[in-house]
Design a protein around this ligand. Sequence first.
Ligand code: NDP
Length: 453
Amino acid sequence: MSFDPKIFMEKVKAKNTGESEFHQAVEEVFESLDTVLDKHPEYLEAKIPERLVEPERVIMFRVPWIDDAGKVQVNRGFRIEMNSALGPYKGGLRFHPSVNLGILKFLAFEQVLKNSLTTLPMGAGKGGSDFDPKEKSDNEVMRFCQSFMTELQRHIGPDTDVPAGDIGVGGREIGFMFGQYKRIRNEFTGVLTGKGLNWGGSLIRPEATGYGQVYFAEEMLKANKKSLEGLTCLVSGSGNVAQYCTEKVLDLGGKVVTFSDSSGMVYDPEGVNREKLAFVMDLKNVRRGRIKEYADKFPNVEFMAYEKNADCNPLWDIKADVALPSATQNEINAKDAANLMKNGVFCVSEGANMPTEPEGIECFLEAKILYGPGKAANAGGVAVSGLEMSQNSMRLGWSREEVDQKLHGIMKNIHQNCLETAETYGVPGNYVVGANIAGFLKIADSMLDQGYV
Ligand code: NDP
């Protein structure tokens, strides 16, 4: 019995029509797995590949809410409960107008392997809505979150499914959703992670994805006898991941020269310092403004508005050493990848999920630069969510140092595991294959143990 990724993908595409991001994520993983699957006919007999791409459950629901003008609005809510072989479903909620079934299935599928890599007991899920929190009042966001949770609460629970944040879902939204869950179910449990510190949240959870992404970059550099000190970094996005990624780069002596949002990018050749970072945090987390204001506020900063249908992103065409994509999927195409390397970038650590298109990944792998794929490099966020669940179960809280130390240890382990697995499978230095195979093996063996479910 042998595995043909081409035939497998044809079936996946036929069964999941129009879900291009899901196809992309599945293809990227199964392209790496043929050697493993050839060695393990028992996985094929048990239909592990077919079961991995079929969510255990997909929940889709109507979310009606009333806006400030008194008008009824209707959005669509989703929760993909993808795989529970390793623990309760775990993964973020995304609120963004682009959200659809295919995007959430790609994210849920990535989450399966990512959560496996963390070594923590977490299954995988993802959810969200096509609701756009931009330019909504706090009360509108609250009403939406309450309506969303009124349905979602039937399907989740601290031992069943534990959502967290993602794009458009931060501390404010988690708070509103937690409040509604508690009100309806009359129980105070760790049903969401990313909670406020006063009511069950973990220290370092807001920082975790960005810090972890930089720890991963540092490990890749260390394995090549280099360090982040003095290196120039390109960061995309300006939300949760981008902010704390920048903070950690500053801690480690590197320089960040860019930020972006969906309207454009800023280039600050002098580099972001703590004061400028504090400005971005206030701009994005409190005032909820646009990144252009950074260029209005600080001297010698260039703002470039993004053009619709441009064939490349100017953010990736700047002289630098390290790229830290932290905005969204498919933000680096083949041309961007070529521009990055032309400008001297030799290390890419992904904070966003699937930010690089397949052709871009191919460029990085061919050039043999240090390339840490999202499912490994951004696993720090869900790892600390796992630690938040542990603290909630024990009803106690660890110190900042304790959580950060655990996060750092987990990122080092993930890096080592990817590196060793790549070596074992004959592709030394290829973190894509390393992450895919290492994540897959644990899931596949657990699914075998648990029978045909
Ligand atoms: P935020 O909502 O806090 O920030 C997202 C940032 O990306 C914003 O600056 C946003 O700009 C920008 N952005 C979003 N969509 C687009 C787009 N289509 N084009 C250009 N810019 C865009 O989200 P996070 O920081 O939490 O998430 C960023 C990435 O990291 C996502 O890929 C997410 O899946 C991934 N991730 C997040 C984790 C977490 O713990 N939060 C964990 C692991 C991965 P604008 O405001 O204009 O929309």
